[in-house]
Ligand binder design. Structure first.
Ligand SMILES: Cc1cc2nc3c(=O)[nH]c(=O)nc-3n(C[C@H](O)[C@H](O)[C@H](O)COP(=O)(O)OP(=O)(O)OC[C@H]3O[C@@H](n4cnc5c(N)ncnc54)[C@H](O)[C@@H]3O)c2cc1C
Length: 320
């Protein structure tokens, strides 16, 4: 098996999700694992990748690759796969990675399994784990041809440092005219204070039980007092109460913090699948029969509007 992992970067940092996929691939111990970084001004990034198990890090460093657009990256990765004969190409979930993986599958006429939560060998066959039927079961998925392309759910693994020090190989990507036709007109970043929900050790999540968007301030204040991040259910992001980037669940992000405080969240299966691997789940809900109490480690039955300010006050008092 020869594996290539797409290593996405934001500025001068490699994305945690793609490093996690890289270290998972290296831990399979089945042949060499290489990483590919595509962009402009990539000095220092290859070194980071070597620490997570990449025997070789391929760098396509070209000013035309500055904007995070998928098509030129499809060109570069397809070229590497063809030249070096990689039989497996893996991606960590992101909007850019999903676009590249789909484009690469079309370009190479390859099979793509997405939303994978794990990967392992069953005898000689490489098998992916994929949640199905609204995440109520996990099924094995495979590939009938090579190259096999896999896209992993965010939060599926944590990056683990390895001893292998990678060598760096620069290559000149042959970019197609049609791949350069799209232009990045503007790029904006959502303003965030505190850790992102993927990285946070503590998450305070709000649901429809908050009653109105303004009440997210209660969740934000508690998150701040705990040094954590704010998450939300789909019901409230669909209602425009909080940004989609905070949505946890089947169609949102998967998170696994040490502490997940669910406030006014019923605990629907589609929400549960995104947060059930949290170490400790605390639920605050006024309905003693809410499904969330079936899997919470600690349940508080009561009105969150009374409980959250008090809890925040107690934490602040304790800190000072
Ligand atoms: C295909 C599909 C994909 C989906 N993907 C996702 C997903 O990714 N993430 C997700 O979250 N959902 C997802 N959903 C939606 C999911 O089914 C639920 O509808 C949603 O999670 C419910 O959100 P909620 O818990 O905020 O709201 P509700 O289910 O309305 O629950 C609100 C809770 O707040 C409690 N409450 C009310 N007032 C108070 C108060 N004053 N104090 C304390 N508690 C109070 C209530 O008792 C209730 O339990 C998906 C659904 C489908 C069909």
């Amino acid at each position: 098996m020869s594996t290539l992992v797409f290593l996405e970067h934001h500025g001068d940092e490699l994305q945690k999700g793609s490093l996690a996929v890289l270290s998972k691939a290296a831990s399979l111990g089945a042949g060499d694992v290489a990483g590919v970084i595509v962009g402009s001004g990539l000095d220092g990034l290859a070194e980071q990748a070597g620490k997570y198990g990449a025997a070789t890090v391929y760098l396509a460093d070209d000013p035309r690759l500055e904007a995070p657009l998928p098509q030129p990256r499809v060109d570069a990765i397809a070229q590497l796969v063809t030249e070096h004969g990689f039989d497996t190409v893996l991606f960590g979930q992101s909007i850019l990675a999903a676009d590249i993986a789909a484009g690469l599958a079309a370009r190479l006429d390859a099979g793509l399994n997405w939303q994978l939560t794990d990967i392992a060998f069953d005898g000689d066959a490489l098998v992916g784990k994929q949640a199905a039927l609204a995440d109520s079961v996990v099924v094995d998925v495979g590939w009938t041809s090579t190259p096999r392309i896999g896209l992993f759910r965010s939060g599926a693994f944590d990056p683990t440092e390895q001893t292998a020090a990678g060598t760096v190989e620069r290559f000149e990507p042959q970019l197609q005219d049609y791949s350069l036709a799209a232009e990045m007109v503007e790029q904006a970043h959502a303003e965030e204070s505190g850790p992102s929900i993927e990285d946070a050790k503590v998450i305070v999540a709000g649901g429809r039980g908050l009653g109105e968007p303004e009440k997210f301030a209660l969740v934000e204040e508690l998150a701040k007092a705990l040094g954590g991040a704010v998450a939300a259910t789909r019901a409230v992001v669909d209602a425009g109460w909080y940004p989609y980037s905070a949505q946890v669940g089947q169609t949102g992000k998967s998170v696994s913090p040490g502490l997940y405080v669910a406030c006014g969240i019923s605990g629907a299966i589609q929400h549960k699948v995104g947060m059930q691997s949290s170490k400790t789940i605390v639920a605050i809900n006024k309905d003693p029969n809410a499904p969330i109490f079936e899997f919470a480690d600690l349940g508080v039955v009561g009105d969150l509007h009374a409980i959250l300010p008090k809890l925040t006050e107690l934490l602040q008092a304790r800190k000072s």
